[in-house]
Structures are given as C-alpha cells and as structure tokens.
Design a protein. Structure first.
Lengths: 158, 158
C-alpha cells in the first residue's frame, strides 16, 4: 500500500476509516440500499478519496521536480487525470494489502459521492471514490467466481 | 490480474501489447520526450485502455443482473465512473502481476491520450489511460525510494 507506484510519486489517495456507531450512522444513508446491510456488518469501513490538493506536497514527494506543483496548479485537466488515476491505483494496492493480511476487503462503488463528500469532507478537500468494507470473513463468505473475458476480447498486439 | 475485483465484475480494462519495431515507431511520437528512451529500450510496452463499450458484456459477466447493461447505456456519467475507476484498479493488478512474475514494470503517464487513441484505436472503442514498460531489470535499475506521506497526512477516522 505504502510503496505502490503513483504518477510522479504524487500519492493522492486518502483514507477515512469509519469505526464508530456514529460514523456508520453518517455513512449508511449515502449507500445504495443493497449495500447497507454488509456495510453495517463490517467492523470497519474505509472511505477512499482523492485529495484535491495532492499537488501541494510535490516539492517534498518529488524533490527533483518541485516546479510540477505550480504546473499542476495551472492545469486542472492534467491534475485530475493524475490525481484520479493514481488514487485508483492506490485503491487497488489497498484492497490487495488488506487481503494479503488475511482480512476480507469488500469494495463497493454503489454510493453517492456527492452525499459522502458533503457529510464527511465539507471542506471540499477530499473527494470519495470507493468504500471498502473490512473485517474477518464470515461463514461461507465466498460466492462462486463470476465469468471472465476471454484473452482475445481483452488483448491486442501491435 | 485476471481475478482482481472490479465494479460489478465489469472488467473494463483492455491491453494492447506493443512488441514490434513498427509498433514502437507508432508509439513513441505520442510520449513525452523524457519517456521515449526508456519506452524504446523496453522489450514490450503495454498500452492500458478502457473499453467504452465494456457494459455490453454485462449480461455474460454479471448474469444475475443483465439489466445493468441497459441502465449503463442510458447513464454515461455512471458508466464513466465505473469504467474509469475499475480500469485503473485493473491497471494496478497488472503492474503487481508483472512484478510478481519477476519482471520490471515501469508505468508512464506522460503521453498524449488523444494521440495514442487516434493512432491505435481509430474505431474510438478503447481509450488509453497508462503505458507500462515491461522487461527484465537492467543493471542498477532501482533508484532510491522517494519520500512518502506521513500517516496523519493521509488518514482520518470517524
């Protein structure tokens, strides 16, 4: 999680761990109805978010190119491309790290990003992208594998 | 790579492997100048892309909710959120899978997505998000770790 690569080492992902009953009561109204029961049952919910001001850290995180901070300040399109893409890469590292530790990680996309952001990030600094339920696997927790695409459907050569 | 989770098992990532001199000659003009030498030196370049029509496969990939295909056909905002996010998750699985196999995987964001798409995906079906250089590590290939954020900078609790 900590060492997975991101674009220019920008590390834009942020994590809000929801562990209290009060936190869950704020979270669940913004989930799709089908996700409420499993989110409530999980001991921990992680709200993964992109930090809109991630580029402010660039002079420290990428010390040989500090000028990239100002370049991204002036280029919101590239900033969003870097921030969103790298945050999703880190979301995958997060899921894999939790599972590698022997815990269950259940990612859920079915929620209102606007609702979560207004509830948890009123300063408009972080934008939620994914909620991950975390806990020990329950009894018979795994469903059968769903189908995958064939190689020829997903891969080309040039 | 094949089994990592995606939103509703949509599996929107596609891969174009560039392995021929002709393919590299089409690739490198669209890279930032600083990325050309390393892309040329790598035996394989993988162009990772989102399939704009990924939702067409939903009746097969998510057989208990085939109606999601039409729901996403009518909702381009949600379709983009699902497609882009899940493709980036799969990009991380791809990087980790290559490294787990003992090869070097060097992801590069510095390229023109519009240029690559026009060159390799003129049918406008795939949209490039990342280029990954793949090969055996060279001599002294690793630079020192760059700094990371502190825990308090990246994590909150509720």
């Amino acid at each position: 999680m900590k060492w997975g690569p991101t674009w220019a080492n920008t590390l834009p992902l942020r994590i809000l761990f929801v562990t209290t009953p009060e936190g869950k009561a704020r979270l669940t109204p913004h989930l799709q109805p089908g996700n409420v029961a499993k989110a409530t049952a999980a001991p921990v919910n992680a709200i993964l978010a992109v930090d809109n001001t991630f580029h402010h850290h660039i002079p420290r995180l990428l010390p040989f190119r500090p000028e990239m901070r100002d370049a991204l300040e002036d280029d919101p399109v590239l900033r969003d491309r870097i921030g969103t893409g790298s945050a999703w890469l880190q979301a995958a590292y997060f899921i894999i790290a939790i599972r590698a530790a022997g815990l269950a990680a259940g990612p859920m996309g079915g929620f209102s990003p606007e609702g979560l952001d207004a509830e948890f990030f009123p300063a408009d600094d972080w934008h939620s992208i994914l909620v991950v339920n975390i806990g020990h696997p329950g009894e018979n927790p795994w469903m059968d594998r769903l189908p995958r695409l064939d190689y020829q459907e997903a891969v080309r050569h040039a």
